[in-house]
Design a protein around this ligand. Sequence first.
Ligand SMILES: Nc1ncnc2c1ncn2[C@@H]1O[C@H](COP(=O)(O)OP(=O)(O)OP(=O)(O)O)[C@@H](O)[C@H]1O
Ligand SMILES: [Mg+2]
Length: 217
Amino acid sequence: MVHRLAYLHEAIEPKVVHRDIKSSNILIDDEFNGKVSDFGLAKLLGSDKSHITTRVMGTFGYVAPEYANTGMLNEKSDVYSFGVLLLETVTGREPVDYSRSGNEVNLVEWLKIMVANRRAEEVVDPSLEVRPTVRAIKRALLVALRCVDPDSEKRPKMGQVVRMLESEEVPYREDRRNRRSRTGSMDIESIAEGSNSTEFANKVERTGSSTSDRSQS
Ligand SMILES: Nc1ncnc2c1ncn2[C@@H]1O[C@H](COP(=O)(O)OP(=O)(O)OP(=O)(O)O)[C@@H](O)[C@H]1O
Ligand SMILES: [Mg+2]
């Protein structure tokens, strides 16, 4: 599914901005392949334009802040929605849930607080039968937090998201004592706080091209 979104954004001209990426629009087949559905809101974006200005559409909780605030749309708003979807997948929570209290209502805000407080491992969906590894959890959260960066220019492209999710690079600090010497390590806490967000992606970009052309989702 991530590959398919990368295709719409990066492989074709004009690119397709879906505008309604969310869990109910990703259909899962018998083999658990994800398919992007519901192109009713999709817009075309030619390479001569950095964005189009259009009426704000989409689904509450998934719409990127710059698009919600200004109507300025490009493929980076799908990247934001994808980040929300990824957080939903990891946590089993809805993007906006009024049955929860205080800072837990908004999923993105809650995640940033939990990660900044080094409580990333506590956010995983408790109903999962097989608990993912800490490494997998942190990788998914790191990617998701980069996708929901309030600054659309800092968000990764979907092709980078594919490479980051497939990368074997350890995207977080494994051993605090050695952190200065481990050039590839970094902490997701600093991303939650809005700094240091491109280091991992840049490293993956430099080293990960050999894994980038798989066609399965
Ligand atoms: N071809 C399909 N096969 C199985 N389930 C589907 C299919 N198309 C839609 N659904 C499911 O049916 C439900 C309703 O889908 P629908 O697209 O009408 O609304 P939605 O995705 O909740 O909102 P939106 O109208 O913004 O897309 C969703 O849970 C969706 O995942
Ligand atoms: Mg739908």
